[in-house]
Design a protein around this ligand. Structure first.
Ligand code: NAD
Length: 490
């Protein structure tokens, strides 16, 4: 094509050809029961609910709704498996089972990626390159620790807690299940896990993997349902540890519910992470990091960089480059390998995001959205930025959990730092600068569990993750993630 004709084609609205991931290799049952004692069983009430594809609004499967009695059945299976089998196994044998789960997940990675994108709406690139490989990596990592716990805590005697109750959100369904199940099993506990009601399918597939890996029945039980099912786990008297990831609002309810019960707990809650760009930063690299940090996975990331502070002298340049880059982002079919931003996870979440867009405009901020087309059916939100915002605005203070970025400026390092820390949350942050000394000053003073420098949203099973303030209690990942599932006796 000549330069002239390619320019014309571009001006005409040049598009990538569709590159959909095949779904031929994926099988989803019409209906899933509760996974208790290595079998799929009917819920006591006989009630089921639908899980849908948020990109098409079509039903994918019907899912059992677990009652208190079902949760009790799962806890009893977990207790029996703990007493009769899991606690009696040699630690190295436990490790072998966990390695087996990791290997099967790797073998079935394509299938899991497609199901994660169908059920949750996230782009296949994210499921394929981030969620599923990281989930397998967590099982590999913790499998290695199973027979080395004494070395992890020298001079202490690490003892399993018993039965762990685990409740997870919809933004990283399989990965959150792996974060919870892998360390619990490595430490010798058994598990009752509840996935989120809008994304139960990869947990059901994980149940198949656990059965195929031949784990003793009852070591991992997966019960599905909404908040009431979660509450039944939290309140069950025979559970020794609660691990929860989700909103700060529900985290508070859980903390109150288990106060005085003696249950050990970890709470991984909401966030309102800030990126801070200094004038000396590599601007193009920083803009790319900001785009990844907030628009990646539709902003459905607890540590999404939803606030941006730019040093005043480069603010115009950064905002202009951000707007240009936003225009190139592709919003649409999660199964298309070209898609950057998939579907919003549910109608309810889209409603929440849209209500914040309204709040932002009413607060007097200037809203800019990319001009891309979005499909007619399904739940979609164009990448959005707000400028002209102030610290007290709700869109700056509250978690939106969508592809929405609030931008402010600062002049001095101290002013930038004050603004970054002016939030009830403290999960993560990002610093963009060419100067190592500035990185060290900022990362020491930003009150957040993780602070990345000249990059953002990088995860590894070996590093701990968790929040300050309203972002939670405790750490998951790395050695800290083991501590959360053990009593350390003298
Ligand atoms: P949510 O709190 O509404 O739900 C999370 C889970 O809790 C779901 O499985 C839900 O069914 C269950 N639940 C609801 N009410 C309950 C109750 N009363 N008792 C027990 N369980 C209950 O959160 P969400 O909307 O699914 O997820 C988004 C939130 O999760 C965001 O706030 C996000 O920041 C947070 N998150 C945090 C992390 C982290 O590591 N800190 C990671 C991912 C997501």
């Amino acid at each position: 094509m000549s330069t002239e004709s390619s320019k014309l084609a571009f001006d005409d609205g040049w598009q990538y050809a569709p590159a959909p991931e095949s779904t031929d290799h994926v099988s989803i049952d019409d209906q899933y029961g509760l996974f208790i004692g290595n079998e799929f069983v009917e819920p006591e009430s006989g009630r089921y609910f639908d899980t849908i594809n948020p990109a098409t609004e079509e039903q994918l499967a019907s899912i059992a709704d677990a009652s208190e009695a079902d949760v009790d059945r799962a806890v009893r299976a977990a207790r029996k498996a703990y007493s009769d089998a899991w606690s009696k196994l040699k630690a190295a044998e436990r490790g072998k089972y966990i390695f087996r789960i990791a290997r099967i997940l790797q073998e079935r990675a394509r299938e899991f990626s497609v199901i994660e994108s169908l059920d949750g709406g996230k782009p296949i690139r994210d499921s394929r390159d981030i969620d599923i490989p990281l989930a397998a990596a967590h099982f590999f990592y913790y499998a290695g620790w199973a027979d080395k716990l004494a070395y992890a805590f020298p001079g202490r005697n690490p003892v399993a807690l018993g039965v762990a109750g685990q409740v997870i959100p919809w933004n990283f369904p399989l990965l959150m299940a792996a974060w919870k199940i892998a360390p619990a099993l490595a430490c010798g506990n058994t598990v009752v896990l509840k996935p989120a009601e809008t994304t139960p399918l990869t947990a059901m597939k994980l149940a198949e993997v656990i059965r195929d890996a031949d784990l003793p029945p009852g070591v991992v039980n997966i019960v599905t349902g909404a908040g009431d099912t979660g509450a039944a786990i939290v309140n069950h008297p025979d559970i020794d540890k609660i691990a929860f990831t989700g909103s700060t609002e529900v985290g508070r309810i859980i903390q109150r519910a288990i106060a005085g019960s003696g249950k050990k707990y970890t709470l991984e809650l909401g966030g309102k992470a800030a990126n801070i760009i200094f004038a000396d930063a590599a601007i193009d690299q920083a803009v790319e990091g900001i785009v990844n940090g907030i628009f990646f996975n539709q902003g459905h990331v607890c540590c999404a960089g939803s606030r941006l502070f730019v040093q005043e002298s480069v603010a115009d340049e950064v905002i202009a480059k951000l707007k240009d880059r936003m225009e190139t982002l592709i919003v649409g079919d999660p199964l298309d390998k070209n898609t950057d931003i998939g579907a919003i996870n549910s109608a309810r979440q889209l409603e929440t995001i849209e209500s914040y867009l309204k709040v932002g405009r009413e607060e007097g901020a200037e809203m800019h959205q990319s001009s891309c087309d979005v499909p007619d059916t399904g739940y979609w939100c164009r990448p959005t930025i707000f400028t002209g915002v102030s610290q007290s605005n709700r869109i700056v203070q509250e978690e939106i959990f969508g592809p929405v970025l609030a931008i402010q400026t600062f002049r001095t390092l101290e002013e930038g730092l004050d603004k970054v820390n002016n939030t009830p949350y403290g999960l993560s942050g990002g610093v963009w600068t060419d100067k190592g000394a500035k990185i060290f000053r900022m990362t020491r003073k930003i009150r957040a569990g993780v602070v990345w420098a000249n990059t953002f949203n990088k995860f590894d099973p070996t590093s701990p993750f968790g929040g300050y303030k309203e972002s939670g209690v405790g750490r998951e990942g790395g050695l800290h993630g083991l501590d959360a599932y053990l009593k350390l006796e003298a």
